[in-house]
Design a protein around this ligand. Structure first.
Ligand SMILES: [Mn+2]
Length: 311
């Protein structure tokens, strides 16, 4: 039995943790593990620091169990898709298992299961379950498929290969509801998201021979559209479909006037850029936060200079 399974065996009360502003990968991996722990007759809690989980993720099993206060009586926590301790959004005092696939994962925690070659944390988990003879039921398969679908950008990411489709096939064989995943992860939208998209498309600016697309979204844009933070990312990713665009940058002003930056690219290494602002992520998807002292325009000019060096 692996060290991790031994530790779980000894635990009385386990908390599964999805990162702040969770995506389908983080929630999906935590959800699949939640099912596994219930089958072991463990006491389980599901923690995420973010209050409003994106409604498009609510089809994933056990999202109704998510709480944003950490249960102090827990003696073991397991984080999913968290590249660093900060992503947990809580100071964990009990033992911690870190399950992830981010390039920049620091192997924090008492035990870690980090495979940076994997497209999603749910892919890491799939092989962990398989190698340890843990049966994946339909509920778990749907949760794992949701993470794989989302983190692979609908199977369009450059890391996707035949093995990815074989894995998707295995999950479908085990009962993954891929139609439900497609409906929510790929197609779900809201009126707020629609309105924000119109604002973002209208205000998009192109730089450096149209190789860089920049979106600046003010707090006012968010309020007038009624969109939520995650809605900004769709237009950002769509900009990469433009033939000339190699890097897309989103600068979103938060209500405290700090700025959340998100970067997407076809080829450029974004980790270098994001790390200049204390951020992280993946080579082709990265993010960072800038304090409230800088205007959107100044932040844009500073980041453009860094992007020019990378493309
Ligand atoms: Mn992920």
């Amino acid at each position: 039995m692996s060290e991790i399974l031994k530790r779980i065996d000894d635990a009385g009360h386990v908390v599964v943790i999805a990162h702040a502003h969770p995506d389908a990968d983080s929630i999906g991996a935590a959800s699949a593990f939640y099912t596994h722990l219930l089958r072991l007759h463990k006491k389980v809690s599901f923690f995420c620091v973010t209050h409003d989980i994106n409604p498009k993720l609510k089809f994933i099993p056990w999202t109704d169990k998510i709480r944003n206060s950490f249960v102090s009586s827990a003696d073991l926590a397991i984080s999913f898709d968290c590249a660093s301790r900060e992503r947990l959004g809580v100071e964990v005092e009990c033992d911690l298992i870190n399950i992830d696939h981010h390039e920049i994962n620091t192997n924090f925690g008492n035990y870690s299961l980090v495979d940076k070659s994997r497209i999603s944390t749910t892919e890491v988990l799939f092989y962990f379950f398989k190698e340890n003879g843990i049966e994946i039921n339909a509920k778990m398969a749907t949760a794992l498929y949701a993470g794989l679908l989302d983190d692979s950008g609908g199977f369009l990411d450059e890391k996707v290969n035949g093995m990815t489709f074989a894995l998707a096939g295995e999950l479908i064989e085990r009962g993954a509801d891929y139609k439900l995943c497609n409906k929510f992860i790929m197609k779900y939208t809201t009126l707020g998201a629609f309105r924000l998209k119109a604002i973002m498309h209208k205000n998009m600016k192109l730089y450096l021979d149209a190789k860089v697309a920049v979106f600046c979204v003010s707090d006012d844009d968010m309020k007038t559209s009624g969109a939520i933070e995650e809605d900004c990312e769709n237009s950002l990713e769509e900009a990469l479909h433009l033939q000339s665009v190699e890097v897309a940058l989103l600068l979103k002003q938060n209500s405290d006037f700090s700025i959340k930056g998100s970067l997407r690219s076809k080829t450029a290494d974004l980790l270098k850029i994001a790390s200049c602002f204390g951020g992280g992520g993946h080579k082709n998807r990265a993010g960072f936060t800038i304090g409230s002292s800088m205007s959107l325009e100044n932040a844009r000019d500073d980041i453009l200079k860094l992007i020019y060096k990378e493309i």
